[in-house]
Design a protein around this ligand. Structure first.
Ligand SMILES: CCCCCCC/C=C/C(=O)SCCNC(=O)CCNC(=O)[C@H](O)C(C)(C)COP(=O)(O)OP(=O)(O)OC[C@H]1O[C@@H](n2cnc3c(N)ncnc32)[C@H](O)[C@@H]1OP(=O)(O)O
Ligand code: NDP
Length: 306
């Protein structure tokens, strides 16, 4: 192959766009209208903590869990975003969500968060590690700070959460349940190598802990979403977003409610025998199609690849 590569490495920073971007994903009005297949009291008496609960999948999960009767706690870095979830759940369900501003990269803050949830609700049944993210870029151009930011959030932050939750479950002699939101890493993630490395780490960490921690009745599973349309899409340029859904054979995007319903299932007694698994929700992308979130290099497009 002698083609001269013409792909220009691009940096896309959402704060730099000078045009109005369309709404992405389910907004609050949409969330309020989502039906559920589950019984109203399916999670009654259960406490669920959702990281990144102020937007996207985290927000949808907080609302669904509250509708199903759970006591809900959320965390994130942006207090304003967290309060939108608190308000939504209060208006829709009438229950109070415990919101604790926390950067999951800060292990001390994570320890304090787990303590607050236990103090407030008297325990924790399910931890959902949903907080995370990345930016699209060719790996060769990653800055050191950028690499570290993504690894620290998605791998280290998730680990701090898992370890602190598990310590309390072991100490209290209570069962535990962890659901980690990862990504579709099976065939790698071009232009998202940092997150691919971190999420692959979380998947195998989870499989390992599912065995180590089974002695304390702590289960650990992962959900691997494909392209799920949420406000998190702001991290990507519009021209890339226009192609995202073409990376799966269904040629569709999932939505935050799809993932919330899977999380609710894993939080329910129906999932009591599922442990160490990765449930992929990607419309078949793992078998076919690749997302190029920063633009496909000519090297690939000239072969007519997806
Ligand atoms: C997965 C991609 C391919 C498939 C797409 C499938 C569909 C979408 C999947 C999704 O996950 S959507 C959900 C996305 N949501 C998010 O990603 C939100 C959270 N993300 C973030 O907050 C950031 O991306 C972050 C870097 C993970 C956060 O770290 P931090 O708060 O520390 O960020 P910064 O201080 O802003 O940046 C630190 C460092 O990182 C580098 N960097 C940041 N943004 C970019 C960018 N757009 N392009 C290149 N490099 C970037 C940079 O070195 C920053 O340091 P400074 O240069 O700013 O000093
Ligand atoms: N949408 C998609 O197609 C896919 C998404 N995913 C992953 O699913 C998860 C949910 O994404 P989605 O809902 O789409 O996107 P969002 O950007 O809406 O959600 C990400 C959430 O993570 C929180 N967060 C990020 N960093 C930290 C941190 N250091 N400490 C605490 N909270 C943090 C953010 O809150 P705050 O800003 O308040 O800190 C935000 O609420 C993410 O891990 C995402 O990467 C995986 C595959 C595909």
């Amino acid at each position: 192959m002698n083609a001269t590569p013409t792909h220009k490495p691009k940096i896309f920073r959402p704060e730099d766009v000078d045009y109005e971007r369309p709404k992405r994903g389910l907004d609050e009005d949409d969330l309020r209208k989502q039906p559920t297949i589950y019984r109203d009291d399916m999670l009654a008496g259960k406490t669920i903590l959702i990281t990144g609960g102020g937007s996207g999948m985290g927000k949808a999960t907080a609302l669904l869990a509250a509708r199903l009767g759970a006591q809900v706690a959320i965390c994130g870095r942006d207090e304003e975003k967290l309060q939108t979830t608190v308000k939504l759940v209060k208006e829709e369900v009438g229950s109070d969500v415990l919101s604790v501003g926390t950067n999951i990269r800060d292990a001390d803050a994570v320890e304090a968060l787990i303590g607050k949830v236990h103090d407030h609700f008297g325990g924790l049944d399910t931890l959902v590690n949903n907080a995370g993210g990345q930016f699209p870029q060719d790996a060769i151009d990653f800055s050191r700070k950028g690499w570290l930011a993504v690894i620290d959030t998605n791998l280290n932050g998730t680990w701090w959460m898992m370890q602190e939750a598990a310590k309390r479950w072991r100490e209290d002699g209570k069962p535990g349940n962890i659901v980690n939101i990862v990504a579709n890493v099976e065939r790698g993630m071009p232009q998202a190598a940092h997150t691919c490395a971190a999420r692959a780490g979380v998947i195998y960490l989870s499989k390992t802990l599912a065995t180590e921690w089974a002695q304390w009745n702590i289960r650990v599973n992962c959900i691997g979403p494909g392209v799920i349309e949420t406000e998190g899409f702001r991290m990507y340029p519009e021209e890339a977003l226009a192609r995202f859904h073409k990376a799966n054979p269904m040629k569709q995007r999932g939505n935050a409610w799809d993932v919330a319903e899977m999380i609710a299932y894993l939080a329910s007694p129906a999932a009591r025998f599922i442990n160490g698994d990765l449930i992929v929700m990607d419309g078949g992308q793992a078998q076919w199609g690749v997302v190029w979130p920063a633009g496909m290099p000519d090297y690939f497009s000239e072969d007519g690849a997806a």
